[in-house]
Design a protein around this ligand. Structure first.
Ligand SMILES: Nc1ncnc2c1ncn2[C@@H]1O[C@H](COP(=O)(O)OP(=O)(O)OP(=O)(O)O)[C@@H](O)[C@H]1O
Length: 258
């Protein structure tokens, strides 16, 4: 469903270029939740932005349902939803107006959009504030509107950048349930998070980025076998202590150690 092939991005930043993402490759299948993890500055957001077509790779490519982002950026946007804590809502519009607006942007026919808004309002319990101005909503309510917005065009792929940042336990639970819902619907999901405890519960497979390179990949069991660590936090700390692999990335399924 999602194929990332040798994605690389170099930023020109003053006198020194920044190699933000360095030949990263991975696949995510339908119904799979893939945790893209790494410390600050590892290249997670840059990778998501390239998959979505918001940022041009220096080299490499990404594919969604067989469409390459380099050649079919509009097909990609139709097929990918994005949940990001930094996404704001239009303060003067109500959730219903926001959802209608995005349905229109994504080319969802008006009749279908009405049904979709109905379904998503029930799923995310928006009904009681669907026609209130967004400025008056609580953080958790705004977050639920954002989740509904990301699904308005029913995309087969969902990218989530720090979805639980700043949320309390109840808000985080809404995200957990949402990710389970996506998995049940057969979507391919990539989640970037610093909450390793959450990632451990949520994700089926992990790719660990370090200094722009993919250092580890596998299920929790595979990572445990490969590192002799038990928790994702321990595995992560081991990754930070290890030298960045050169030139090949390491796949836990191959039984290699860093
Ligand atoms: N527009 C830009 N110009 C220059 N450097 C950039 C730009 N965007 C990102 N970078 C650099 O690229 C590297 C990767 O950044 P990125 O935001 O992808 O990391 P991240 O893993 O998402 O980090 P965090 O967890 O802190 O959000 C960092 O060194 C960052 O400073």
């Amino acid at each position: 469903m999602i194929r990332v092939q040798n994605l690389t991005r170099i930023f020109e930043a003053g006198k020194q270029d920044v190699l933000a993402v360095d030949h990263v490759s991975f696949d995510v299948e339908s119904g799979e939740v893939y945790g893209l993890l790494g410390p600050n500055g590892a290249g997670k957001t840059t990778t998501l932005r390239m998959i979505l077509g918001l940022l041009k790779p220096t080299s490499g490519d990404a594919e969604v349902e067989g469409f390459r982002v380099s050649t079919h950026p509009d097909e990609i946007k139709r097929r990918v939803g994005l949940v990001s804590t930094s996404a704001g809502l239009y303060q003067w519009l109500s959730p219903r107006e926001i959802l209608s607006f995005f349905a229109d942007v994504y080319g969802v026919p008006a009749v279908l959009a009405e049904d979709r808004i109905e379904q998503l309002s029930e799923l995310f319990e928006l009904t009681s504030f669907l026609d209130r101005r967004s400025a008056t909503l609580s953080t958790g309510q705004k977050q639920r509107v954002n989740l509904a917005r990301s699904l308005i065009h029913d995309p087969p792929v969902m990218l989530m950048d720090e979805p639980t940042r700043g949320l309390d336990v109840v808000g985080s639970k809404v995200i957990f349930d949402y990710i389970d819902h996506l998995r049940g619907e057969g979507k391919a999901v990539i989640v970037c998070t610093h909450r390793l405890d959450e990632a451990e519960q949520l994700c089926d497979r992990f790719g660990l980025l370090h200094q722009g390179k993919k250092s580890y990949e596998g299920t929790l069991e595979e990572l445990q076998q490969c590192t002799s660590c038990q928790t994702l936090t321990q595995i992560f700390l081991q990754l930070l202590d290890a030298p960045v692999p050169q030139p090949e990335t390491v796949t836990a399924t191959q039984g290699d150690l860093l």
